[in-house]
Design a protein around this ligand. Structure first.
Ligand code: G1P
Length: 289
């Protein structure tokens, strides 16, 4: 029996350099895709996978994230008084239950591995999910639910991957596999930001993970890697000497919202996925083209 995955770590401390100045006063993961912040979609994806507790790893100036998931009586009462109950329901959809979210602070941008390590005390001794909120995933079965299903099948650690666009492998973590076993394959290695031409496969780590708590011990002493940062990929690679890792090629499409064009594509794609908006969105896009 595998232990259930109940908690998710969401590293949100990045500066959002590629989406400035929009991310100057609004945390980048609160930028909108259609009418909801990026984090709203990610939390919805997590809930669909059974996540009950959210650990946000924040940096300075990101208090708005906490407020977003809290009640706002002023807005809610005003909507109620005006009878705008449909909007009220949309506003309330993202509310957290009391005690369902924790915030830990990453004081300096030392890397993704360091950010995840900051959550160690809140996670404790159980398997957990890591979700990189920049990476918005559109899928019929939400991406994290696909990862949890894979975890229930094989246990250990699961890394969601997908084919890397031509010439972009050096920007990501790339997994090494010995052959393929359908969509879920035991891994043999992984490398963060390989030099062009040295990538061990065409599958990149796309931002959803199920990890065992032993990763925290590995992260504790993890040396700096690519970009001078403490890399989660390096810690996973060393944990792999003792624990199984499987790569799951998920079914869906990823949009990198940390980037102008990715954010634009996500806006278009998510508008087209909304039944009540799709026709108007299509007409508006056609008119622009
Ligand atoms: C991080 C991870 C990398 C992964 C990527 C996905 O890199 O370290 O393995 O492929 O996210 O977006 P970053 O984007 O922080 O450089």
């Amino acid at each position: 029996m595998t232990k259930r995955v109940r908690k998710a770590v969401l590293p949100v401390a990045g500066l959002g350099t590629r989406v400035l100045p929009g991310a100057k006063t609004t945390p980048k993961n609160l930028l909108n895709v259609v009418d909801r912040p990026i984090l709203s979609y990610v939390v919805e994806e997590a809930r669909a996978a059974g996540i009950e507790h959210f650990v946000f790893v924040t940096g300075r100036g990101q208090g708005a994230i906490e407020d977003y998931f809290d009640a706002n009586p002023e807005i809610e009462n005003a909507l109620e008084a005006k009878g705008k109950l449909d909007i009220l329901a949309e506003v309330r959809r993202d509310l957290m239950q009391p005690g369902q979210m924790s915030f830990v602070r990453q004081m300096a941008p030392l890397g993704l591995g360091h950010a995840v390590w900051c959550a160690r005390d809140v996670i404790g001794d159980e398997p957990f999910a890591v979700m990189l909120p920049d990476m918005l995933m559109a899928a019929d079965t939400p991406a994290l639910a696909q990862a949890v299903a894979a975890y229930e099948q094989v246990g250990g650690n699961i890394i969601v991957v997908e084919p890397v666009p031509e010439g972009e492998a050096h920007k990501y973590g790339i997994v090494a596999l010995n052959g393929r076993d359908g969509r879920l394959t035991r891994m043999t290695g992984m490398v963060e930001k390989p030099a062009p031409g040295t990538e061990p496969s065409n599958l990149f780590i796309s931002g959803r993970y199920i990890l065992q708590p032993e990763i925290f011990g590995t992260l504790e002493t993890q040396a700096r890697g690519a970009g001078g940062e403490i890399q989660l990929t390096d810690a996973m690679a060393s944990l792999m000497e003792r624990q199984a890792f499987h790569a799951l090629e998920y079914e869906g499409t990823t949009y990198d919202c940390g980037d102008k064009l990715g954010l634009l594509r996500a806006n278009v794609a998510f508008a087209l996925r909304r039944p009540e908006l799709a026709d108007d969105a299509r007409a508006a896009i056609r008119a622009l083209l």
